[in-house]
Design a protein. Structure first.
Length: 392
């Protein structure tokens, strides 16, 4: 494994960044991240460039967009994504927009991922329904279990998974408080490891795959005006899951997750976003359901699941700044770690994530961005992500 970012990757990053800029110009729109213009400019007839980009924005609502990501473990990931923010009720200015998205990706190392998800807000924001379906076939990579692992111990594991989850939330009172229930169904199969695998040597639960049927209780406080590109407000969600054997689960355990976010708008359209998350698991937890660090939204740059354990704690702060027209840039720094218990979360074990990204407005009505993130960490950790909406 590489321990530093080599010149070849640097050249790829520069090349991809140039493509991003050209792609952004192609999708340009005067209704993006631009700051306030003077009255005279607003009264001018839209240019041919502006008119063309308005059409391009409409095309974007119908045509899937190419997406790409890279990490030093997963390799290159290519695919198509469709992301639409829609208004379920025409003329309704109170009910917040809903989201429907689909993603299909393939990687240079044989990974297949097919996902479909919905985020539906119903009349006057009284009911919220979240649903997710996913099939993935991977070789995936882990460095064992625990926080004190290194890239020298990395190993490949092949798995396949079907997952379906659904959550229904209802609003109570006038303070944007939601509560509800959900279910989470997972089926892992075709798990293959090497004979000398860490998982085999330690007889870790999950080696034979397994079925999970989880019941969930969820509470949330939704204080964001725009859930896909927040300019201010807050969001907190807590989810408790129980996977009981009497519902057919091969492994009986409980899980608790907390995600807290706060957004500040210090001036103009600049945003400071802060997020802290934690996850706790207890019982006979299979290795594929342990708390996993990394991914496209948190601790960006780290391959998701390369570091895992029963407990996770991470956080990040991101500065989002409009630059010109539909273009914006971000910079972030984050830290996180895993442990077997909360008592084992010593300060000297936290890992670092940092990076920068480009934002391109592709839906001016709902202020939704296409994002390009370059994430890094110590000892050669790096990744590149193309996705929709903000990371958090």
């Amino acid at each position: 494994m590489r321990t530093s970012i080599d010149n070849k990757y640097g050249q790829k990053a520069v090349f991809l960044f140039k493509i991003v800029l050209l792609f952004g110009i192609y999708l340009g729109s005067t209704n993006g991240l631009s700051q306030q213009q003077d009255t005279i400019q607003d009264q001018k007839e839209p240019s041919k460039f502006d008119k063309f980009n308005k059409k391009a924005e409409k095309w974007f609502t119908y045509i899937p967009a190419p997406i790409y990501s890279y990490s030093s473990e997963a390799g290159h990931v290519y695919g198509l994504a469709k992301f639409n923010v829609i208004d379920l009720y025409k003329g309704d200015t109170i009910t917040k927009p809903s989201r429907i998205s689909e993603v299909v990706t393939f990687s240079s190392k044989g990974r297949i991922n097919v996902s479909s998800s919905t985020d539906l807000m119903f009349k006057d924001n009284k009911y919220l329904v979240l649903a997710f379906f996913n099939y993935k076939k991977t070789p995936e990579y882990i460095q064992g279990i625990g926080n004190n692992v290194n890239r020298d111990s990395i190993e490949e594991i092949s798995t396949e998974r079907f997952r379906f989850s659904a959550i229904g939330l209802r609003k109570f009172g006038n303070k944007n408080f939601y509560a509800g229930f959900g279910l989470d169904i997972n089926n892992y199969f075709e798990v293959k490891t090497e004979p000398d695998s860490y998982l085999v040597q330690n007889n870790v639960p999950g080696l034979d795959g397994g079925f999970e049927f989880g019941l969930q209780a969820i509470v949330a406080l939704e204080g964001r005006e725009n859930r896909y590109n927040p300019q201010g407000g807050h969001f907190i969600i807590s989810k408790y899951s129980y996977f009981p054997s009497f519902l057919g689960s091969d492994y009986e355990y409980v899980s608790w997750e907390l995600d807290a976010r706060k957004y500040f708008n210090p001036w103009l359209n600049h945003v400071v976003a802060i997020q802290a998350t934690t996850e706790w698991n207890n019982g006979e937890v299979p290795f594929y359901s342990l708390a996993q660090m990394g991914g496209s939204d948190r601790m960006r740059g780290y391959y998701e699941g390369i570091i895992r354990d029963r407990v996770l704690l991470d956080g990040q702060i991101e500065y989002r700044m409009p630059v010109w027209n539909i273009f914006g840039i971000v910079g972030w720094i984050g830290t996180g770690r895993v442990a077997p218990t909360y008592e084992d979360l010593s300060l000297n074990g936290f890992r670092l994530s940092y990076g920068t990204g480009l934002r391109i407005m592709v839906d001016s009505k709902h202020q939704t961005n296409l994002r390009f993130d370059f994430g890094f960490g110590p000892n050669g950790v790096h990744g590149f992500i193309i996705n929709f909406a903000e990371a958090f």
